[in-house]
Design a protein around this ligand. Structure first.
Ligand SMILES: Nc1ncnc2c1ncn2[C@@H]1O[C@H](COP(=O)(O)OP(=O)(O)OP(=O)(O)O)[C@@H](O)[C@H]1O
Length: 249
C-alpha cells in the first residue's frame, strides 16, 4: 500500500537516512527498531507525509507518488498516528480529544459545536477502547493507560487505512504495556489496518509484528520476520551492548 524508493531523509540539514527502499503491504504489521536517534521517528513522519524526503519518492496505492499538495493531503486523510506521550490536551475531555482526530474534516476556525455525527463517531471510538464511561472526564484526571487509550481512539476515529505508532507503550509500566499492546493489536486486526509501529521493546516487537525493520547507520540493516530477528541480528543492530531494556516475560 506504500512504497519508498531511494528515499533520503534530512533533519535540520543533517542526513539521517539514505536511499531507503521499503514496501509496506496492505494489512501488514511492521515494527521499526534501532538505536536511539537513528531516525525511526523521522521515518514514521515521512510515511505520514509530514516530513518531505530530501530525495526519492513515497508512493501510495490509489494515490500514486506523493508529489503534489493534493496527493499529500489525500494520503494524510487516510492515515493516523499514535504518539508515545499521547499528545493530548489535558484540560479537554476524552471526547473532545478524540474529536480533535477529526479536526481536518471541518474548518480550523469553526466556532460551531462538533456535528452530532462526529460526536457519535468519537463516542464509538472511545467505546472500542473501553473508555465510554470516561468520555466527559478531563484527560488530566485519567491514568497513563487511559490516556494512551484516548490516543488510540483519536487515531481510530479517523478510520485510517494506515496507522502509524511511535513508541506508544513506552510511557507506561511493562505489565500495562503488554495489556495495551494486546488490545491495540486486536483493534488493528479487527479493522484490518496497515500498522507501522516504532518500538524500543524488542521482545514486544517480535511478538506484535510479522515483520521487523531495523535501522542502523542511515540504512535498513535488518528486514525480516521476528523469527529471523535473533540474538545475532539484535547484536548487529545494537552493537556495544547498547540494546534497550526488554520487558520481562
Ligand atoms: N525537528 C528536528 N530538527 C532537527 N533535527 C532533528 C529534528 N528531529 C529529530 N532530529 C534529529 O534527527 C535524528 C533522528 O531523530 P529521530 O527522532 O528520527 O530518531 P529516533 O530513532 O526516533 O530516536 P529515539 O529512539 O531516541 O526516539 C536525531 O539526530 C535527532 O537529533
Amino acid at each position: 500500500m506504500l512504497r519508498l524508493d531511494r528515499v533520503s531523509i534530512e533533519r535540520g540539514g543533517k542526513p539521517i537516512l539514505d536511499g531507503i527502499d521499503l514496501e509496506i503491504r496492505r494489512g501488514s504489521i511492521t515494527a521499526i527498531v534501532g538505536p536511539s536517534g537513528i531516525g525511526k521517528s523521522s521515518l514514521l513522519a515521512t510515511l505520514n507525509g509530514l516530513l518531505r524526503p530530501a530525495s526519492g519518492t513515497l508512493s501510495v496505492d490509489g494515490i500514486g507518488p506523493l508529489r503534489t499538495p493534493a496527493s499529500l493531503l489525500a494520503h494524510r486523510r487516510g492515515s493516523a498516528t499514535v504518539f508515545q506521550e499521547h499528545a493530548l490536551i489535558a484540560r479537554l475531555s476524552a471526547l473532545d480529544n478524540v474529536l480533535l482526530g477529526l479536526a481536518d474534516r471541518r474548518h480550523p476556525l469553526s466556532p460551531l459545536p462538533w456535528p452530532r455525527a462526529m460526536r457519535e463517531e468519537a463516542l464509538a471510538a472511545l467505546a472500542e477502547v473501553g473508555l465510554l464511561g470516561k468520555a466527559l472526564d478531563p484527560v488530566a484526571r485519567l491514568s497513563g493507560g487511559e490516556r494512551q487509550r484516548v490516543g488510540i481512539a483519536r487515531a481510530l476515529v479517523r478510520k485510517p487505512r494506515l496507522l502509524l505508532a511511535d513508541e506508544p507503550f513506552a510511557s507506561v509500566d511493562p505489565a500495562l504495556a503488554e495489556r495495551l499492546a494486546a488490545e491495540f493489536l486486536r483493534l488493528v486486526r479487527e479493522h484490518a489496518l496497515t500498522l507501522v509501529i516504532v518500538l524500543h521493546q524488542l521482545d514486544l516487537a517480535r511478538r506484535l509484528a510479522e515483520r521487523i525493520v531495523g535501522l542502523g547507520d542511515g540504512r535498513v540493516v535488518f528486514d525480516g520476520s521476528p523469527e529471523r530477528f535473533d540474538a545475532a541480528a539484535q547484536e548487529r543492530l545494537f552493537p556495544l551492548h547498547s540494546a534497550p531494556e526488554s520487558t520481562p516475560p
